[in-house]
Write a protein that binds this ligand. Structure first.
Ligand code: SF4
Length: 89
């Protein structure tokens, strides 16, 4: 078992997603399809603020590798915390 810490937060950039569905095949517990056919993170409604469960990180990596438009954004830090704070100002 690898103890390497991988990226634990993710969201889909819907501006560039082309609805190919590859990420939903690679990581069905992480990515779903919204009403417009675009992919989004099921984990936290595409906010990128809730850590991905450790047992799904391999799937996340596969999905990132397989996305043809590099629309799956990943980070070791929550994405929207700053944005949420800025919006609250
Ligand atoms: S693999 Fe990339 S382009 Fe395809 S549905 Fe997922 S996020 Fe969109």
């Amino acid at each position: 078992m690898s103890s390497n810490k991988k990226y634990t937060f993710t969201l889909v950039d819907k501006e560039t997603c082309i609805s190919c569905g590859a990420c939903q095949m690679a990581a069905p517990d992480i990515f779903g399809e919204d009403d417009d056919g675009l992919s989004f993170s099921l984990i936290d409604d595409n906010k990128g603020i809730k850590p991905i469960p450790e047992d799904l990180l391999d799937d996340l990596e596969d999905a990132c590798d397989g996305c043809p438009t590099e629309s799956i954004l990943v980070s070791n830090h929550p994405f929207s915390a700053d944005a949420v704070e800025q919006q609250a100002e």
